[in-house]
Write a new protein. Structure first.
Length: 95
């Protein structure tokens, strides 16, 4: 399929583009390249291919949410600039 000047002007009108006369040929070439690539993709052989949802079969792996007590809170908090009630105390970041 060849793209004509009239088709480019029609598409430009639909997209509310104000094309200069010297831009029309560039748009024709670019749209023709896009359509040629789409034609290649449409004609790609798909026989004997399995149906896939994604590029691999990776799935989310969830772990059970469990509370674990950490016994050595002093060593955990030793690098805290400030602490309060065995927790890191940080500056307020929301007004």
């Amino acid at each position: 399929m060849q793209v004509s000047k009239e088709e480019i002007l029609h598409i430009a009108n639909l997209a509310h583009l104000n094309l200069e006369e010297d831009e029309i040929d560039t748009y024709i070439v670019h749209l023709q390249d896009i359509l040629n690539f789409a034609n290649i993709v449409n004609n790609a052989p798909i026989e004997n291919l399995d149906i896939t949802i994604g590029s691999n079969e990776a799935k989310n792996v969830f772990r059970k949410d469990e509370i674990k007590m950490f016994e050595d809170t002093e060593s955990l908090l030793q690098n805290a600039v400030t602490q309060e009630q065995n927790m890191f105390k940080i500056p307020k970041v929301i007004n």
